[in-house]
Design a protein around this ligand. Sequence first.
Ligand code: SAM
Length: 350
Amino acid sequence: MADTLTKLTYQTFQQGKNYFGLAHKILSNRLKNIISPSEQPTKPIPQETLLKIRERLNHLLEADWQDAERGIYPESLLFDNPWEDFFRYYPLVWLDLPQMWERVNQKRCQEFSPSIDIDGYPSYYLQNFHYQTDGYLSDFSANLYDLQVEILFGGSADVMRRRILAPLVETLHGTSLQPRQTRVLDVACGTGRTLKMIRAALPQASLFGTDLSPAYLRKATELLSQIPGELPQLLQANAEELPYLDNYFHAVTSVFLFHELPAMVRQRVIEQCFRVTKPGGTFIICDSIQMSDFPDMEPAMENFHETFHEPYYKNYTTDNLVERLEKAGFENIEMQVHFMSKYLIARKPA
Ligand SMILES: C[S@@+](CC[C@H](N)C(=O)[O-])C[C@H]1O[C@@H](n2cnc3c(N)ncnc32)[C@H](O)[C@@H]1O
């Protein structure tokens, strides 16, 4: 009975987030059409595809619930939501929209506040991904990012991130390692939401995170210092040159990074992840679905890279990630697809 009630609460909670995201999108589109109308046509998504999307979302939520039920992670994670950030920053999401629309209409996508030092970053990174203000390079952007992503995915971004936990926990439990000896790295950890989930699932493991953005790392430190357990070690670094020893981590994860990298950089990052993973260790990628995973989504994928300024997404949607992983040396690559994300679980030979 208690379980049924908790499940119902979870479903209602997610439903609420989904409706909220939908309402936000409808209202903001209407407002955009009044304040900043654009000529750019977007491909309509057929009703049939929308029904399939809903069905996939329901499967994702069921898988999330089941993993919590079987103890992969605590049930409390299902209800984790950055409420404080929501109340503090949601009004700013709205206030920022007119500038963002202007950027969209004028296709200005490499625009940074004069106070931001852009020296030393790779040119592919100096973009207003999602047309967001300051790209990844300001505290303002870091404060709004999680809310914007949750709205985009109708409240399921964290649920999709949590899909990496089952393969991660299962590989580590399959070893004779003491929990404290386990080292896990999250590459491009952003604001730290994945590390927070890994901490809940593996309370004793030594956690590490790296990202190119100092502002996002500051935000991650703020989030991660509020939770019990050892503070994950965060480092600013380019994923193309990970500042760690060879064969150091029992597992490496990366969430929503690869679609934002040019093809050659994708390969270099995979090779770095291979280098720092221990023989017998596991590398887990979570990223957007690709064309072959859900061909009906073609119009939405076409819209996405245009309307959200994702310059490398089109190439990503048809890239052969399994081939890239194998080229780096990984083997036994398993693939999963859940809702709008795909997962690649790759092993480094023992
Ligand atoms: C879409 S966000 C994903 C962040 C986070 N993993 C999440 O789940 O929300 C992409 C992240 O990748 C980081 N990033 C992009 N290119 C990078 C690179 N070459 N090296 C390290 N981090 C990079 C960005 O700073 C940003 O935090």
